[in-house]
Design a protein around this ligand. Structure first.
Ligand SMILES: Nc1nc2c(c(=O)[nH]1)N[C@H]1C(S)=C(S)[C@@H](COP(=O)(O)O)O[C@H]1N2
Ligand SMILES: [Mo]
Length: 423
């Protein structure tokens, strides 16, 4: 009997010759990719590559799949929350970020840093469970196998880079990073998530059965069981989370011994990233000639500190939520940004404000307040914190504080506001 090369194609109701040719070409490409390479000389198979070099009975596809599942969840949450933070700071035209709930960014960025930190023990255990494969023999069975191993190499490198650079950043230890952290961390995140998707797709035939059916959890001769190992790794992730989450979740502050920042540490019970001295603004901030300039397309007003104090004052309770994962709530008093925008002759309900600092240089010397936050009555040019004039390090004489916004955008030592109508 004569058979078609592919019986499936015979049932196609209307076989398009073009599609058939393409399918044939694809099949040939896959076959070519999978062509076995000649085996390397057996004499090279030494050290960690020899048979039985790794004999822990704990390693199994099930262990690796369970750790991989936990890691995939942590990485996904970390990626999505990190992307949100990036988009808020570099908004494309289609992106909308609301000004309420006031503490939403505190939650998303807290999750970003917490899932990143919890990934440290998870990734450690996951890599332990598979690292013997680094010495697999033969190193590559063919081109397809070599390519698949290359994507794993990209995944491992990008994942390690993300965790190491993230931990260095929240520890404010920039010396080992000769690149701009934010850009490196952002682009490497795409590499990591892309390689992760490829990796999951390739390994699905192993992952699915490994997760579906429980295998006996015994180690011959006693010793650590799989459940014991998973429990230990889970406990490590939990301890790291509890020991750091207090930097944003105030009730946990007492046990957060590993938190890089304490929410209450610093002048006026609030941490400081950049001091007035560091920003070089001390003299300008205390100069009696200080004026806040508010410019609109038709009108510009210049306000002394006394003028600002004479305007209607409002008090709001809002957190500073740093991208580094720490957050701390303060009680801020000052003038509504929307009132200042109106003084410059711009309709505050449809306006954007560009806020600039006395700080002459520095990446965070200015920020753009988008319409939802400009409109929001909680957005203040604050003059006081906790009932007292702002401490110099918190932005004396005037600083921006807006709801649901990353700390880097809460500009301190404000000198100029440029209002623009968006309607
Ligand atoms: N002009 C200016 N404003 C700034 C910064 C800065 O470097 N320069 N740092 C920002 C960052 S990263 C944070 S987290 C908050 C911290 O405010 P705080 O020091 O009052 O806690 O200020 C923001 N405002
Ligand atoms: Mo920050």
């Amino acid at each position: 009997m004569v058979r078609d090369a592919d019986p499936g194609l015979r049932n196609d109701p209307d076989p398009d010759p073009g599609n058939l040719r393409l399918a044939g070409r694809l099949r040939r490409a896959v076959t070519w990719l999978q062509q076995p390479w000649p085996a390397p000389p057996a004499a090279l198979r030494r050290g960690p590559m020899r048979r039985g070099a790794f004999d822990s009975k704990l390693r199994s596809p099930r262990l690796t799949s369970l750790l991989g599942l936990a890691l995939a969840v942590a990485f996904t949450v970390c990626f999505v929350t990190g992307l949100i933070s990036h988009l808020i700071q570099h908004p494309p035209f289609w992106f909308y970020w609301p000004s309420r709930p006031v503490g939403l960014y505190r939650v998303t960025q807290g999750l970003h840093v917490a899932t990143g930190l919890a990934s440290v023990p998870l990734l450690g255990a996951k890599l332990w469970s598979v690292y013997p494969r680094l010495f697999a023999w033969p190193p590559a069975r063919g081109l397809a196998h070599a390519l698949e191993r290359a994507t794993v190499a990209v995944l491992v490198a990008a994942a390690l880079f993300q965790l190491v650079s993230g931990v260095l950043n929240i520890s404010r230890w920039y010396a080992p990073m000769p690149f701009f952290f934010t850009a490196g961390h952002y682009w490497s995140a795409w590499l990591a998530i892309g390689a992760l998707l490829v990796h999951i797709a390739v390994k699905l035939p192993i992952i699915r059965p490994a997760l579906a059916r429980a295998t006996p959890d015994r180690t011959p001769g006693g010793g650590l069981t799989r459940r014991g190992l998973l429990g230990t790794v889970g406990a490590a992730a939990g301890v790291i989370t509890l020991a750091t989450a207090g930097q944003t979740a105030a009730p946990l502050a007492g046990i957060s011994v590993l938190a890089p920042r304490r929410p209450g540490a610093g002048p006026q019970h609030l941490p400081v990233n950049k001091t007035a001295g560091g920003a070089g603004v001390r003299d300008a901030a205390f100069d009696p000639a200080y004026r806040l300039t508010v410019a609109g397309p038709a009108r510009t007003v210049s306000l002394s500190l006394a003028d600002l104090t004479a305007l209607p004052q409002h008090t709001v309770v809002l957190p500073i939520s740093c991208v580094e994962g720490w957050s701390s709530t303060g009680t801020w008093t000052g003038v509504r940004l929307r009132d200042l925008v109106a003084l410059a002759g711009v309709d505050p309900d449809n306006a954007e404000a560009y806020v600039e600092s006395l700080e002459a240089r520095g990446r965070y010397r200015s920020s753009t307040v988008p319409p939802p936050h400009t409109r929001d009555p909680f957005t203040l040019i604050a003059l006081r914190l906790g009932g007292e004039p702002l401490h110099p390090d918190h932005g004396y004489p005037a600083r921006l504080i807006a709801p649901n916004r990353p700390g880097v955008l809460q500009t301190k030592w404000v000198a100029r506001i440029t209002a623009r109508s968006t309607s």
